[in-house]
Ligand binder design. Structure first.
Ligand code: HEM
Length: 199
């Protein structure tokens, strides 16, 4: 993504990223058919799934403090998770869906949820779904593809904002930033390799 971008460019990038993730993960019309097919048996346990995933969030101090700052009540969090969980099974994994999930991602960037907790939270959802759904491997595969697509699109929201901030607000180009990240990570990598006694 370049530094000069209109809202229209950004929307096009989002939609394109959604399609690329779909291709990468191998989500096809057959995957969507399997998701629709398994939907009822998973959503029959939607309350336990959401409660189980929320229990993970609620034992993490950082998440509790972010939720408190955003005045996010347990009831609202539960309702938002339920809305999203249904969308996992009913969404088209198309343009509209990419925009819907990007909006969800942006809500977290806005609220200051560190990316790592989005990844952890998705893992918690995967754990709860696997625990409760009586799915065969084919259906489970479709569910995993769907969850990873959602995660990829949400994480992309963090990337979009990062590029916008570098382009518009700091005057530092994202290339310069990437170069610094490269240098620092190279350093840390070498230190860690030394520590571990490997090259
Ligand atoms: C798989 C991961 C997650 C999913 C699917 C999810 C789902 C959602 C949804 C659907 C929304 C509403 C977004 C919108 O405005 O359109 C939302 C908002 C929010 N979420 Fe999450 N969430 C996840 C992880 C987390 C985590 C780890 C936290 C940590 C505290 C968190 C805190 C929040 C906050 C503070 C908001 C804004 C609340 C508001 O608008 O009132 N979420 N989430």
């Amino acid at each position: 993504m370049s530094n000069k971008h209109t809202a229209e460019d950004i929307l096009r990038e989002i939609i394109d990223a959604g399609y690329r993730s779909r291709r990468y993960l191998g989500i096809t019309d057959e995957t969507l058919r399997l998701l629709r097919e398994v939907s009822d048996s998973v959503l029959a346990h939607k309350n336990e799934i959401v409660d189980g995933a929320m229990a993970s969030l609620m034992q993490e101090e950082t998440c509790l403090s972010v939720a408190q700052k955003a005045a996010l009540s347990t009831e609202r969090a539960r309702a938002l998770f339920l809305y999203w969980l249904e969308l996992v099974f009913t969404g088209g994994y198309d343009e509209k869906h990419s925009l819907q999930v990007t909006k969800i991602g942006l809500a977290h960037v806005k609220a200051g949820v560190p990316q790592i907790f989005m990844v952890n939270q998705m893992g918690a959802f995967a754990r709860e779904i696997i625990k409760r759904c009586n799915c065969d491997p084919e259906h489970l595969q479709a569910v995993m593809q769907a969850l990873y697509w959602n995660l990829a699109v949400m994480i992309y929201s963090y990337q979009i904002i990062r590029v916008m901030v570098f382009g518009r607000a700091t005057g530092i180009s994202s290339e310069v930033y990437d170069r610094l990240v490269h240098l620092y990570s190279k350093d840390l990598y070498s230190q860690l390799a030394k520590e571990l006694g490997v090259k």
